[in-house]
Ligand binder design. Sequence first.
Ligand SMILES: [Fe+2]
Length: 173
Amino acid sequence: MNITLTRPGLDELIKGIGTIVERGLEPRDTAFAVADLLRAGLPGLDILTDEERAGSADTYRSFPLHAQEEFSVVAVVWHPGQETRIHDHVSWCTFGILSGVEHETLYRDMGDHLVEIGRAANLPGEVSGFAPPGDIHKVQNTSAEIGVSLHVYGADVAKLGSSVRRYYDLPVR
Ligand SMILES: [Fe+2]
């Protein structure tokens, strides 16, 4: 038996991102253009299956929905309180919140330690885009419900294994 999984909104999204990426803009401008695209039509929670949307009590979970040479689309599911390690990325990134609150803490690398330089709470329906450098951050679902977000990276996560450039274990002062 052959079952094809339909993910409502994904094909249109991939087509739209492809058109933007083809323009060959600067990474930051690409991230902003993809943010405009996501803002205009953020897919619903039904882009994931019920099982995927349930996440895991052990850790947040990532679901690569699409990957090609120029970009990847990844859904992330977070239980309340679950968070990433401090990290940065190999490419531009644009993300939109479908549910929960994705709370971001930003850091600057001082060589032997990090300093916190900002915080942002991203609510359902909100979309942001950024490009390295200066994207050292940690993300946590600070809401009481399961968080779901959609991330677009300007890299092939299937080939690289992840969009992370580096993890930071330096002390925060
Ligand atoms: Fe990140």
